[in-house]
Design a binder for this molecule. Structure first.
Ligand SMILES: *Cc1c(COP(=O)(O)O)cnc(C)c1O
Length: 487
């Protein structure tokens, strides 16, 4: 067994693995959605030491079934409604398999021209499919790149913004003055993390209040905060507007925030990690109002709602130069004539790591398999199911609904007449725990204006109307159980 796997062995095992995945996706509904595994359980079931002698691949598959699977939360289960969907699909999985099969490391153009050029084509295709500005296309001053996560993409955008704000100084001298970044109370935590990583620190990631009703960033508050910071000697480097917040899919007023950015010379980054792909439907393009006129960078995750299995984030820039200036370093061992000719893109300068996977293959597979109309149908189905669920919740006097649910996420909570906010929150969390312990479905929660709300996010390809109706029935059943238990 200490020999390499031969191509014939690979063929045999590979067919079994593909069969295993197909069977898994067929039977995924038979598992509890959230893994019931207790901390340390999977680890305790595995050997503490690596094998000295090679083992047959069948042994790996057997352990996968018996030891690993019980510790897996089934993200592709049709009743997975927690967080945001991480939707996968046959073409996405196969595209990823092909990428693994080629085993390419595409750090610079010369290390695999197709890895770079296919990526350029698919990010330009996706920009067109989403109706994004033509200035984001690679044949303009801008361009797009595939990264591992929105967190990394926002970090790169922040580096580019700091580079521009400092006139290029931070690349050589580091942070010398006080640079500030503006987010809202609803912005994803990755922006604060980016602030820590670049070294401006959490205190310079300034939090603008959100409108109490819409939960969108308030442009007047932004202007006031930037004005005060500038008067105190700070340089406002970047504002992050969110299109579809993680908590409730609130949508920041990009154009109004962009006006403030223009006044102060700040970079406008748009985080549309979840919601951005919805713009494949023309009737949902309103979510990107202001992006054309004001956005310096824009990020969305095909790995959330666009059927491309994790990881696949696309970052676009209106001007790629500050990013490349901030990140390009050319050591001798990477020198090559293609790079020196200036005729090619080296995506290593568009991301934090040097190395990169051939992720374009899976996005390409997905875009070709579904076509624009297939992608639109998928998004529309999610939006329609969410709207139907919201209608049913609204009609039920036992529940309160957050009326803002433009996409696939609905926030709601049981009503607890007579209970304080704190007791009502604890009761709602008790319902959530029972729901998730049941294994029938998986929801997550958030806090809005001091109240605990449940989040039901629809977006998996296997989720049908029946799953959503079953979810509501389970929510009603467990809410009654908690209510009865309290009285
Ligand atoms: C999910 C999400 C992120 C983080 O995405 P990763 O790709 O996991 O880093 C960032 N912003 C928003 C608005 C999100 O919903």
């Amino acid at each position: 067994m200490s020999e390499h796997m031969t191509p014939e062995e690979f063929r045999a095992h590979g067919k079994r693995v593909v069969d295993w995945i197909a069977d898994y996706l067929t039977r995924v509904e038979s598992y509890p959605v959230r893994s019931p595994s207790r901390p340390g359980e999977v680890r305790a079931a595995l050997p503490g030491h690596p094998p000295e002698h090679g083992e047959p691949f069948d042994a790996v598959l057997a352990d996968l079934e018996h030891t690993i699977l019980p510790g897996v939360t089934h993200w592709q289960h049709p009743s997975f409604f927690a967080y945001f969907p991480c939707s996968s699909s046959g073409p996405g999985i196969l595209g990823d398999l092909l990428s693994a099969g080629l085993g390419v490391q595409g750090m610079v153009w010369a290390t695999s021209p197709a890895c770079t050029e296919l990526e350029t084509v698919v990010v330009d295709w996706l920009a067109e499919l989403l109706g994004l500005p033509t200035g984001f296309r690679t044949d303009s001053a801008g361009g797009g790149v595939i990264q591992d996560s929105a967190s990394s993409a926002s970090l790169v955008a922040l580096l580019a913004a700091l580079h521009r704000a400092s006139g290029g100084k931070i690349a050589t001298e580091g942070i010398t003055g006080r640079y500030t970044v503006y987010v809202s109370s609803q912005t994803h935590s990755s922006l604060e993390k980016a602030g820590r990583i670049v070294g401006i620190g959490s205190n310079n990631v300034r939090v603008v209040e959100a409108d109490p009703d819409t939960l969108a960033m308030d442009p007047a508050q932004l202007r006031a905060l930037i004005g005060a910071d500038v008067a105190a000697g700070a340089v406002p480097a970047m504002v992050c507007a969110t299109v579809g917040t993680t908590s409730t899919t609130a949508i920041d007023p990009v154009a109004a925030l962009g006006e403030v950015c223009r006044e102060y010379g700040a970079w406008l980054h748009v985080d549309a990690a979840y919601a951005g792909v919805a713009a494949v439907c023309p009737e949902l393009r309103w979510i990107n109002e202001g992006v054309h006129e004001y956005a310096d960078s824009y990020v969305t995750n095909p790995h959330k709602w666009l059927l491309t299995n994790f990881d696949c984030t696309v970052l676009w820039l209106a001007d790629r130069e500050p990013m490349i200036d901030a990140l390009a370093i050319l050591p001798e061992y990477l020198r090559n004539s293609a790079t020196e000719s200036g005729e090619v893109i080296d995506y290593r300068d568009w991301q934090v790591p040097l190395g990169r996977r051939f992720r374009a293959l899976k996005l390409w597979s997905v875009l070709r398999w579904y076509g624009a109309e297939g992608l639109r149908a998928h998004i529309r189905r999610g939006v329609a199911l969410a709207a139907e669920f919201a209608d049913l919740v609204r009609a039920d006097a036992d529940f309160a609904l957050l009326e803002h649910h433009p996409l696939g996420l609905v926030c709601f909570r049981p009503r607890w007449p007579g209970l304080s906010d704190a007791d009502a929150g604890a009761a709602t969390m008790a319902v959530l725990e029972r729901l998730n312990d049941s294994g029938e479905l998986y929801l997550s929660h958030t806090k809005v204006r001091g109240e605990v709300w449940l989040r039901l996010a629809i977006g998996g390809p296997a989720t049908e109307r029946g799953h959503v109706l079953d979810a509501l029935a389970a929510i009603r059943r467990f809410t009654r159980a908690v209510r009865d238990g309290r009285s």
